[in-house]
Structures are given as C-alpha cells and as structure tokens.
Write a protein that binds this ligand. Sequence first.
Ligand SMILES: NC(=O)c1ccc[n+]([C@@H]2O[C@H](COP(=O)([O-])OP(=O)(O)OC[C@H]3O[C@@H](n4cnc5c(N)ncnc54)[C@H](O)[C@@H]3O)[C@@H](O)[C@H]2O)c1
Ligand SMILES: O=C(O)C[C@H](O)C(=O)O
Ligand SMILES: [Mg+2]
Length: 628
Amino acid sequence: MVNFSHQTKISAALLKRLHSRWANVAAVNVSGSRLFTTAEGHRPTLVHKRSLDILHDPWFNKGTAFSMTERDRLHLRGLLPPNVMTSEQQIERFMMDLKRLQVSARDGPSDPYSVAKWRILNRLHDRNETMYYKVLIDNIEEYAPIVYTPTVGHVCQNYGGLFRRPRGMFFSAADRGEMMSMVYNWPADQVDMIVVTDGSRILGLGDLGVQGIGIAIGKLDLYVAAAGINPQRVLPVMIDVGTNNEKLLQDPLYLGLQQHRLDGDEYIAVIDEFMEAVFTRWPHVIVQFEDFQSKWAFKLLQRYRNEYRMFNDDVQGTAGVALAGLLGAVRAQGRPMIDFPKMKMVVAGAGSAGIGVLNSARKTMARMLGDTEVAFESARSQFWVVDANGLITEARENIDPDALPFARKAKETERQGLKEGAKLAEVVRQVKPDVLLGLSAVGGLFSKEVLEALKDSTSTRPAIFPMSNPTRNAECTPEEAFSIVGDHIIFGSGSPFSNVNLGNGHIGHCNQANNMFLFPGIGLGTLLSGSKIVSDGMLQAAAERLAAYMTEEEVLKGIIYPSISRIRDITKEVAAAVIKEAIEEDLAEGYRETDVRELQKFNKDEIKNFVTNNMWVPDYAKLVYKKD
Ligand SMILES: NC(=O)c1ccc[n+]([C@@H]2O[C@H](COP(=O)([O-])OP(=O)(O)OC[C@H]3O[C@@H](n4cnc5c(N)ncnc54)[C@H](O)[C@@H]3O)[C@@H](O)[C@H]2O)c1
Ligand SMILES: O=C(O)C[C@H](O)C(=O)O
Ligand SMILES: [Mg+2]
C-alpha cells in the first residue's frame, strides 16, 4: 500500500467530494469587496496607563487623533499639539512624507527607495500600530513589497544597521533551561500567532542568523493586514542557535550569538524547549515555522505536527500555492482540472520548498486518478527534478531521502536520452514539459538556453514559475519568459513583477506565486476552528479554495492568482474553507464563545460571516483608563 502514514487520513467521503470538485471546472466566483465589520473594533478598551506612557505605547497610541475628552481622561492635555486630527488627516500627513520618495522611485523590485520606505513605515509601526495597519491595508499593493517580499530580504541582510527597537522575542542557545520563564516577559496575555525562524535560510539569501527576525515580522504583518489577526496577539520569534555565515561570525557588530550553529540533539533540544514554553503559556497559539533550512524543516514538521498547532510555511504553504497555480495552468489551457495528472513537470530545486511542492502535486495527481498504489506510482513519472547536481536519478550516490521518491529510473532516463546529473536545459529539451518550476534560489537559472528549449513544450500554454525570492533570485524575469518562449505562456513568480507589455494592446500577466495567498488563511482558519492540529485535509482545502478563486475569464487571460489587493478577501475564503474542513474531519473544537456544536451548525455563509466578524480592523478604539 502507499504509505500515507505521515499525513492525516483522508476519508472516503472527502475523497469522493474532492473528485467531484476537481471534475467541475466552474470556478466559484467571489466578490472582491472587503467586509470590515467587527464588533471587537468598536468596544472601548481598558488601559492601565496614562500620560506619556500611552503616547509611547504603539498598541494604544493615537498621536494627534486623541480627542479632547480622551486627552483629559488620559492626562494627555498639553502633551500633544492642540489641533485634533481625524485618522484620515493623520494618514494624509504621514503619506506626504512617504510619497516624497515615490516621486522619483519606480515601484516594485527595482525601487531604489524601498529600504527608506521600510524605515518610515517601521517607525510608524513602532509608534502607532493602528495607523500603521490602516496604511498597510488600504495600500497593500504598494506596501506589501516593502514590509514583505522582496524588500524584507534587504532588511534582513542589513538588520544590524536597521535595528532600533526590538520587536518580538529572541530565544537563544544561551537561554537553555530559561525559556519556560522567559516566555512570561512578553507583555500580552494572549497570543494567537507566532512566526518563528532560526534564520538559517532566509528567502534565497542563505543563513542570516539573528537578522532573520525580519521575515517573521514581515509574515506577521500580513497576518494582521490580510487575516485580521489582532496585532496585540502576534509574536515574531527568532531562535538563535548561532550562524554558519562566516561574514556575520567575524563582524564584531553582529547582533546574534557569535558561534557556529548547534546541530543534532543539541539543536532539537532548543527547539523542543521553545515549543514547550510557548504552548505552556499560550495553549491555543499557532506556530508557523518559517525559513528553516531544509535539513530541519521536514524533521521538525514531522516531530511537532501531530502534537502542536503548527505548520511549516515553506513546505506546506508553498505546496498549496504552487498546486493552485498548477491547477490554474491546466484551466488556462481550457482543460478541466482533472487533467492535471497528465502534466509533465520539470522542477528545479529539491529543498524544503521544491520537495513540498512535489509531494503535494504527486498526491493530488494520485487522488485524481483514484488514490490507488498504481495511481501514486504512475503520478511519480510526471516529474523530473533537477538540483545543484543536475537531474536526480536512481544512479545518484548519497541521494537525499526526501528526493529519492522523485529520482528517475534508469530505464526511463535511457529511453529519454537523459543521464544522471543532466543539465536543466537538456532535461527541458528532452522532456518538453508543460510546466517549468523553479525553487532553486538561483537567479537567472532559467537562462536563454533553458527558455529556448521550452519553446518545444508539448503544451498549448507552457507554464513558467520562477518562484525563488527575493527578486534577484528569481530564475527568470517575465520579460525573458514572454519574449523568449512566447506570448501564450502562463507566468508566476515568487516576488512581484510588473505585467509585460506585449505590444498590440496585449498584456503578459505576471502572477505572484507566493505563499502569502495561503498562510494567513491557514492560520486564521486553524485559529477560528479551534483545531488542535493543522491536518493535510485542512491544507488541501486551503489550496483548493485558492485554485477555484479565479474566474474562468481571468484564468483564460493567464490570471491564475488574485492580485494582492484582494488578499484580505482570499484569506477570508481560505480561512472559511479550512474551518469547514476542520469541522468535517471532526477536528474543530470551537473558538471563544462559539463552541464546536455551534460551529457544526453553520452553513457556508455563516462560516464566512463568523470569519469576517472575528477579523480585527484598524479603527481606533475608545480608551478608558482603569487602575491596575
Ligand atoms: N514563492 C514562494 O512562495 C516560495 C516559498 C518557499 C520558498 N521559496 C523560495 O524557494 C527558494 C528555495 O527554498 P528552499 O527552502 O527549498 O531552499 P533550499 O536551499 O533548501 O533548496 C534549494 C534547492 O535548489 C537546488 N539548487 C541549487 N542550485 C541549483 C541549480 N543550479 N540548478 C537546480 N537546482 C539548484 C539545491 O540543490 C536545493 O535542492 C528560495 O529562494 C525561497 O525564497 C519561495
Ligand atoms: O517569504 C516569501 O516571500 C515566500 C517564502 O516563504 C520564501 O521563503 O521565499
Ligand atoms: Mg519562507
């Protein structure tokens, strides 16, 4: 039998449902409108501080927007300029400063002022969180590339210089034995989401040690902006077990532990202690593992996933986003999703992300083919995996066990005129794939030669996914892809690129194939369902929802992912799908006053309303002082 032991069992009923869903091409059309209604945002908030302490607390500070009565109540009279501003005026004033940089700057990846903009936004984040998230939500398309990928990559690389105020918690190898008490140093009694990294593989930039905290902060910004997680209940975490980056080790100004990374049992002991500490203080928290080197990403996922509410974004979030894109690519050819198992895929990169995508694509193909052992085996032959040493075949010595299931068999490679270690261009030339997907972290890997070879693809619309981040690590640019392979391709990159003008009024659409379209919804759905684990079924439901989100018309135009301006809406949809699945798998335990019996009675629309009503919105709450 096929070994699915490492995943949650999928019931026969679920399988049947999946199968019928795949067969139905008609996409579920959803409104792009944003529903910002929540009771929580309008309740008065009790604060235990006054005067300057309030102005210096970014959770409560409103700056010039404190009304006169509030200024009296909170002993703020005279501590602010007299003109009371509306939140709109406040934002207008702030934006004037930020927009100064926009005049000469071009948007997107080549923006020379992106780090300067990050600094301005970060300062706002440090003094007034409500206003920061209002700016971010209302201008998400413009500022996601600043607070998140790609600029967050530059920020992590330069974190030593950019660091001003701490944000989040640092647990280091030197804190062994102390974490259980240290965790109480965090001021919030409730934490819903933790994003944790050990800084060992930040985007495609390698080991950045303690500076990797920037990515945890950026991901949590999206949790607030897209998923409406209350910013007072998010916690970025850096686990500093050292770094193997020699440059950092030799830099006397480096902020982290100046020692080589712990390994083996010593390493695991630190992560175990951290997990125990945070789940002891906040039993309902969800922990997202981010940018751990592949070596540990899979091991830690297997170690914790059945015990804790956790998932690995690079393995599982990426897998779902890629799967949605692959299904979109099938639809873009005018074919039903159920044709997916016929796709030939060349994947460059066999790390945490690449292997995550391969496993999920293979399992989905197998399910569509009836979920038998034969189906699982036959799905294997749709993939050709190329890593730093070329095509992976069974002839490879010391093959990585995670890549082994995708090693090509000797007979197959002979038949195709390929050999162990064959170069990417050669593989593409021989295989003529429908999809070329990159998770290699090697910028420019899809060279002219590789893209020329893809012109012979047997697909009517070959799909090119240079998914590596940040921008400079993308395997190719959209200009290269459209100009070399042709106007008919489907394009999706991990970092944002602008659409390409193909002439004659035609646009080459650049999709952003980034796990940001899933992880916020996976986290929110898990939180609101109260499920104790993040099951494969919940992840699958998230991916399916994303896959079905775009309309037929959009997909045929090559638009297979939503624009980031719709991230709050897609996140809500994904969260609702995750909750529904958790209920069906009997994993849901309810959230706050909504217990599991009530959840079980909700219909689809009621689940969506439940999600909407529990999303935080960046409106100033009335502050009322109460003595401690
Ligand atoms: N778009 C997204 O949502 C998303 C999600 C996760 C990761 N990523 C990106 O994927 C990249 C890889 O992440 P990872 O965790 O798998 O990294 P990793 O270091 O674990 O894996 C990189 C893989 O690429 C292979 N590789 C290196 N040079 C190569 C070459 N010349 N040709 C073919 N393969 C080569 C390596 O052998 C390895 O298998 C990073 O840039 C990361 O930013 C993107
Ligand atoms: O951080 C991103 O933009 C996506 C992904 O998690 C990555 O590691 O590249
Ligand atoms: Mg990542």
